[in-house]
Design a protein around this ligand. Sequence first.
Ligand code: KIV
Length: 278
Amino acid sequence: MSVTINTIKDSKNKRKIVALTAYDYSTAKVLDDAGVDIILVGDSLAQVALGYQSTLSITMEEMLHHAKAVLRGVKSSLVVADMPFLSYQVSTKEAMRNAGKFLQLGAHAVKLEGASRSIIRTIEKMNTSGIPVLGHIGFTPQSVNALGGNRVQGKTSEAAKKLLSQAKDLQSAGCFALVIELVPSEVAALITESLDIPTIGIGAGADCDGQILVTDDLVGKFTDFKPSFVRRYAEVGKDTGNAVRNFIYDVQNRKYPQINESFYLSEAEAERLTEIRK
Ligand code: KIV
């Protein structure tokens, strides 16, 4: 059965939501087959798949290109597309047009970072126009410069109060769920118990209604750095390196390809070829 935004909303207090990122067809297919609830075409693909310094560099065109690939691999999971930097902050009108592009491809929802007054207004408009929105508070990577780096947010009771108020505003604006990133566990727990919509944590402790990670972190494919909250379940980066080194050895030592990895002429054609050689 396909996951819908109602499946996600109904999960609150019943079962934990599992969300992961995908940027391409084959990863999306694996996640979908494994039963992941939400597949996020995250703008983390800027750093993880495209090698940019931050998520600020990725464009709508690049996000759409990857969203298309992901959507081709998904049958059941809910696909959420991250709206990239400046695709929704300039005006509600522009945000609507850009969000619409993801939905026209087949994405089920979009994710926007932040909870400023203008973002709330934009989310309200999206909500009344049939565009489901996943909110995102705490550390919001598109504001990395304004936040002074990758820092845990909500570390004082004043800051926690502000996060709680943002979470409530996003719920009132119509978000169907909320990502909480890099926030102390107690604060994420307070937000989670104060909301009717589910929270999905990343570096926000065990009490959120679900968890999200970057798949390339989870499988050890992205190795530039490893956030402390990440648990690696595989070593795809190391395994790929070993596989490539073995391939180099086999090619250089004439161990690849073998007979069963090659094609051959029929006997008659092979004989004709011998004639040509003469
Ligand atoms: O872009 C991203 O990958 C995210 C996270 C919440 C995983 O926004």
